[in-house]
Design a protein around this ligand. Structure first.
Ligand code: UD1
Length: 419
């Protein structure tokens, strides 16, 4: 079993390249199933979740090929399959994103139910409600969902909650539907915008992505694309900004749009960091002790839930008490028990974490329970006194490519060992 071994206390200094966004690449790969010609994607991150999605595309009959330097060729012309098996859905819940594109092209689609997840129950009712509105018949079996429709029809859909995945599935469903679909109270995340831009580059007619109302005019078919570039990963960027905030020093991130990180940059300033940005870079410097801050996670443009664990780790070293309110997922504080083993003082009351800042965290053996909780432990370990050993790295590998290399390049002492 691999472990990350981190000797804390080194100040970070230098430049970190930010890779393409995992959460934009996953729906865009699912969206490739709507294309009738080959697509080449650029800035695709080399991550376990992406490999799972490629396995799924291959299983459905699409051909995929790495062209090097983050370029990926997807040829959907052999795509005939219509189901997503449990082995793949179990590995990654985002497999559910193929539900709508498979339905739109093959007239039916069956996806094993994703099951429980460490950060909350994560229902799929909004995906199904939307597809039903577009005319799909839904059948729930033991452990799977099947949707069927000869031809989807445009309709007005109101989402009770701006779910990212439901918005993405519905946008993909509507691209080839008959007539116009309007989705209101939809998700406004930059990854939804990237999916819409990608689909439009294939000939779809999606308008309004990035606002709370998206309109899609169905078209007969989508073409291909010789080189669509995926946006930079705001969550990866936020993780390295947090690492710089806890260790002090100065780093520059290259390849991310600061506009996608407004609430995060605001909180970093409140914490006491100095920031400078251009359209594609962010510089951070922190020299004084961190101040406590209050954070509430919300759908975009609010503070991202995926950075909550990581910023809770930052706050554990701030002066004073920080109040962290998690409103998106109900069970996203599990990692705090591991942080406590490093000396953090955190009290959980329902969906609120009261974080009493301490002056020092101490290295010890800890376990990553999920992807971002694992990243929170890495950030804490970088600032901790002594050596931290983090196990269950498969969670981290789902979302961070070249984590050790990137951190080592800016001065961290971090290695991966096989225990
Ligand atoms: C996506 C991201 C994930 C991020 C999350 C919220 C991907 C691959 N994953 O996940 O990293 O943490 O957005 O920003 O992009 N909900 C329902 N019914 C539904 C669907 C969702 O009640 O049908 C609820 C969920 O339980 C959760 C909330 O809505 O409480 C947000 O979920 P959603 O926005 O759908 O997240 P994902 O798309 O799964």
């Amino acid at each position: 079993m691999d472990q990350l071994v981190i000797s804390g206390g080194r100040q970070l200094k230098g430049t970190i390249p930010i890779y393409g966004a995992k959460n934009a690449t996953l729906p865009i790969l699912a969206g490739c199933l709507l294309a009738s010609e080959p697509v080449t994607l650029e800035n695709v991150p080399d991550l376990e979740d992406i490999r799972t999605m490629l396995e799924l595309l291959n299983y459905l009959g699409a051909e995929t090929r790495h062209l090097g330097s983050g370029r990926l060729y997807v040829d959907p012309r052999g795509f005939r399959g219509w189901d997503a098996p449990y082995e793949l859905v179990r590995k990654m819940r985002a497999s559910f994103l193929i539900l709508a594109p498979v339905l739109a092209v093959q007239g039916r689609s069956r996806v094993s139910l994703p099951g429980g997840c460490a950060i909350g129950s994560r229902p799929i009712d909004l995906h199904l409600k939307g597809l039903r509105a577009l005319g799909a018949k839904i059948r729930m079996g033991y452990g799977f969902i099947e949707v069927q429709a000869e031809k989807l029809k445009g309709e007005e859909v109101y989402l009770d909650y701006p779910s990212v995945g439901a918005t993405e599935n519905l946008v993909m469903a509507a691209c080839l539907a008959e007539g116009k679909t309007v989705i209101t109270n939809c998700a406004q995340e930059p990854e939804v915008v990237d999916l819409a831009n990608f689909l439009n580059s294939l000939g779809a007619k999606v308008r309004g992505a990035g606002s709370d109302r998206i309109e899609i005019e169905g078209v007969a078919a989508l073409g291909g694309h010789p080189g669509y570039r995926i946006i930079g990963d705001r969550i990866e960027a936020g993780t390295y900004l947090a690492a710089a905030a806890v260790t002090g020093g100065e780093i520059e991130l290259v390849g991310v749009d600061p506009a996608h990180l407004r609430p995060v940059l605001a909180k970093l300033r409140e914490l006491g960091a100095e920031l400078a940005e251009t359209d594609t870079t962010i510089k951070i410097r922190r020299s004084r002790r961190l101040n406590s801050v209050d954070i509430t996670t919300l759908p975009y443009p609010g503070f991202p839930t995926d950075l909550q664990p990581i910023f809770t780790a930052v706050c554990s070293l701030a002066g004073g008490v920080s109040v962290i309110r998690e409103t998106v997922f109900e069970n996203r504080f599990r990692f705090t028990s591991e942080l406590a083993r490093m000396g953090a003082n955190i009290k959980i009351e329902g969906n609120v974490a009261l974080v009493y800042g301490v002056s020092t965290l101490y290295g010890t053996e800890v376990t990553a329970f999920d992807l971002r909780g694992g990243a929170a432990l890495v950030v804490a370990a970088l600032a901790a006194r002594g050596t931290t050993k983090i196990s269950c790295l498969h969670h981290l590998d789902r979302g961070y490519a070249d984590l050790e290399q990137k951190l080592r390049a800016v001065g961290a002492e971090i290695t991966r060992v096989t225990a």
